[in-house]
Design a protein around this ligand. Structure first.
Ligand SMILES: [Zn+2]
Length: 123
């Protein structure tokens, strides 16, 4: 199994995922459009934080259903924890990890399709 590693700018947050994304997602919601992250989605068992969770800071807004994590030192957007929203309603039985694909080390973002979701109008 291929393991892909990612890290924030300063290295205080490092993580690994079980496989490279087949596509990455650009979301147009008010948060993502300012943040500029590109998301790759995983189940919690496919993601592992390899640095102390104490170095992770968290931002929540609006419904507070999503934990937007970022590095407490350098501020890079790192990953989010949320229920699965793909059915339209939050599915708390199926938590999802959104990883900022820009932080993957040695991964060519231009090699995978970029999908845009209309978060600006969806939530
Ligand atoms: Zn950092």
């Amino acid at each position: 199994m291929t393991i892909l590693q990612g890290s924030c700018h300063c290295g205080a947050t490092k993580f690994e995922v079980q496989e490279a994304p087949e596509s990455v997602t650009c979301c147009t919601c008010s948060y993502c459009s300012k943040r500029g992250s590109l998301w790759a989605y995983y189940t919690p068992d496919q993601f592992r934080l390899t640095t102390p969770v104490e170095d992770v800071a968290t931002y929540q807004w609006n419904s507070r259903l999503i934990k937007h994590h970022f590095c407490a030192t350098c501020g890079c957007s790192t990953y989010c924890e949320s229920p699965d929203f793909r059915s339209g309603a939050p599915d708390f039985e199926h938590p999802r990890l959104s990883v900022n694909a820009r932080l993957f080390d040695d991964f060519d973002l231009d090699a995978v399709p970029l999908e845009t979701i209309d978060g600006k109008n969806l939530w």
